[in-house]
Write a new protein. Structure first.
Length: 165
């Protein structure tokens, strides 16, 4: 019995050290790198995909599909919904610098995608719409759940979650 306890303790210590080493292997996030990703000097209009990087060291934000700068929110949402049909979003209104959306399957977003899935979806839609001229934020309307909250989102809304998990 004592031997089994010692083996379990040794395995736990080794596993803990492996996790600590893996976390230390992630490069530190600099303020300059963070600002460059969230607020690039030039922002092309299009679908900006936010996804988790391999190895859990952070997130990658990149232009997945460029569109003409004259593209409006309705056309960009059609592209987003074609690429990610679920949970899907519907355009409610565009007023001043804000696009108002209704999430079609809020239960999927808030309960079944998990915290990271919901974060990545909201960030992708927000980064994409705010790449359009004159759009600075997005208002998502849905029933609040365990993994997401409705409300106003901008690129700055994701600084803490994407870079300081």
């Amino acid at each position: 019995m004592k031997s089994l306890t010692l083996r379990l303790a040794a395995a736990l210590i080794a596993f803990s050290c492996h996790i600590a080493l893996a976390q230390d292997a992630c490069p530190p996030v600099t303020a300059e790198a963070m600002v460059r990703q969230i607020f690039p000097v030039t922002t092309e209009a299009g679908i900006w995909e936010v996804r988790a990087e391999a190895g859990a060291c952070g997130f990658d934000i990149h232009l997945d599909q460029a569109v003409d700068a004259k593209t409006g929110p309705r056309q960009l949402l059609a592209l987003l919904n074609r690429k990610w049909p679920t949970p899907g979003v519907a355009l409610r209104a565009v007023r001043e610098n804000t696009v108002y959306l209704k999430v079609r399957d809020d239960e999927l977003l808030t309960q079944r995608m998990g915290s990271t899935g919901a974060l990545l979806y909201l960030a992708t839609v927000t980064f994409s719409l705010t790449s359009l001229p004159g759009i600075d934020r997005v208002h998502f309307s849905f029933v609040e759940g365990d993994h997401a909250q409705p409300g106003y989102y901008s690129r700055a809304s994701f600084v803490r979650s994407l870079f300081f998990p």
